[in-house]
Design a protein around this ligand. Structure first.
Ligand code: UD1
Ligand code: UDP
Length: 386
């Protein structure tokens, strides 16, 4: 019997990072076809991660690039639908909560192909965030929902989703635990000229932080109020926004503004920071993995357990609240293992394998995918596998 086929959709920095664990697990139980939407395209957000994390090269590269949400998602949707028809996968696998995630889920749902969602069940309960809409919609069309935490499982249950839900643990925790060595950390700190616990690590990329000049100015002012070094790894949109809004004057000498860095470097900088200031989902978690306090420059978080346990605090973009939290960072009394035991990839692979074995006796997805097409889009019968 032919191997089952999984079409995996990636397209953003955090998805390449998660794929470093998930792709290996998928390839144990299926033939993986990797599709990159091209949502991220700068080397430092995309290509470099293939090299650093030794990811298989994408079989299909859509190259959609940047655009407004509708246009970008629409371009991905048609490109992924075409790929599904060509590849005829048994399952489409999507990651997280970005536009690439939603496009992959929607394309598969329209073609009746089962969807597996990595990082299912997260909720910030803030529908103004594009990511929240992407998560909710993706979960509701998914057949297999790989949840990183117990809170994610509970969120799905509240929305009536109880079938196909698997609490795997967090694949980013697996990778974080496998990545650093003392020598590697030392080399990174030496390069930056900082000591463990002697600096603040900052990142920002959400529209709510970066697109509104007053909010971005408040963030820079809060970071600038510190006397210690702030390593600010800016997403290109953040750097562009600082320039566009004439905020460069707020980048005080203690703020060392740079572009994005590689994964191991970012992780080493998180682990050794006195405190992390961020609006990133992944960094909130990574700070928790290493018991580093986190100050989150957002009004809500989907990683609720980091907040409830006292290791993370929400400050929005309020300058005073940010400065106060950085001066006296949150430190929980306990540090429970919310994110599993470092075997999330193995658990995910096992659940995916069992699912594929169950559907192997079914009708098979290729025929169903083709039937879901508009007649004008269907390939001619010639050359179609029986
Ligand atoms: C996207 C995701 C966000 C995720 C983040 C991970 C959505 C809606 N957003 O945010 O959930 O947390 O990725 O990093 O899916 N740009 C570049 N180079 C690139 C890509 C983008 O300069 O390679 C600039 C462009 O000006 C672009 C802007 O960044 O318009 C935003 O890019 P986009 O992919 O829409 O969102 P991110 O902020 O990267
Ligand atoms: N990261 C990185 N280089 C950087 C900043 C972040 O490799 O310059 C890593 C970080 O360690 C984490 C992931 O990117 O593993 C988080 O991705 P991002 O903040 O882009 O997206 P989010 O998690 O908010 O969706």
């Amino acid at each position: 019997m032919d191997s089952p086929v999984v079409l995996s959709v990636v397209g953003n920095r955090p998805q390449y990072i998660k794929a470093a664990i998930v792709s290996g697990a998928v390839r144990v139980v299926a033939r993986e076809v990797l599709l990159d939407t091209g949502q991220h395209y700068d080397r430092e957000l995309a290509g470099d991660f293939y090299d650093e994390l030794d990811l298989p090269r994408p079989d299909i590269d859509l190259g959609v690039g940047s655009a407004g949400h509708a246009r970008q998602t629409a371009a991905m949707l048609t490109g992924i639908a075409d790929a599904i028809v060509a590849v005829a996968p048994d399952v489409v696998l999507v990651y997280g909560d970005t536009n690439s995630t939603l496009a992959g889920a929607l394309a598969a749902a329209k073609l009746n192909v089962p969807i597996a969602h990595v990082e299912a069940g997260l909720r910030s309960f803030d529908r103004r965030m594009p990511e929240e809409v992407n998560r909710v919609l993706t979960d509701h069309v998914s057949s297999l929902l790989f949840c990183p935490t117990a809170a994610a499982v509970a969120n799905l249950a509240r929305e009536g989703i109880v079938t196909g839900v698997v609490q795997t643990g967090d694949v980013m925790f697996d990778l974080a635990m496998a990545t650093l060595t003392p020598e590697r950390e030392e080399a990174v700190l030496e390069r930056y000229g900082v000591r463990p616990g002697g600096y603040v690590l900052a990142t920002a990329h959400r529209p709510a932080t970066t697109d509104e000049p007053a909010r971005l100015a408040a963030v820079l002012a809060g970071l600038g109020a510190l006397s210690e070094t702030v390593l600010f790894l800016a997403h290109p949109r953040t750097a562009a926004s600082i320039d566009r809004h004439g905020l460069a004057g707020l980048v005080t000498p203690n703020i060392r503004l740079s572009g994005p860095v590689g994964y191991a470097e970012s992780l080493a900088l998180v682990k050794n920071a006195r405190v992390v200031a961020t609006d990133s989902g992944g960094l909130q978690k990574e700070a928790y993995f290493f018991a580093v306090p986190c100050v989150t420059m957002r009004d809500s978080s989907e990683w609720v357990e980091t907040i409830e346990s006292g290791w993370n605090v929400l400050v929005g973009t309020d300058r005073e609240a940010l400065a106060a939290a950085l001066a006296d960072p949150p430190r929980g009394a306990r540090h429970p293992a919310f994110y599993g035991r470092g075997d999330a990839g193995r658990r995910l692979g096992a659940a995916l394998g069992a699912f594929l074995a169950r559907i192997a006796v079914g009708e098979g997805s290729p025929g169903r995918a083709v039937e879901a097409l508009h007649p004008s889009e269907r390939p001619s019968d010639e050359g179609r596998a029986e």
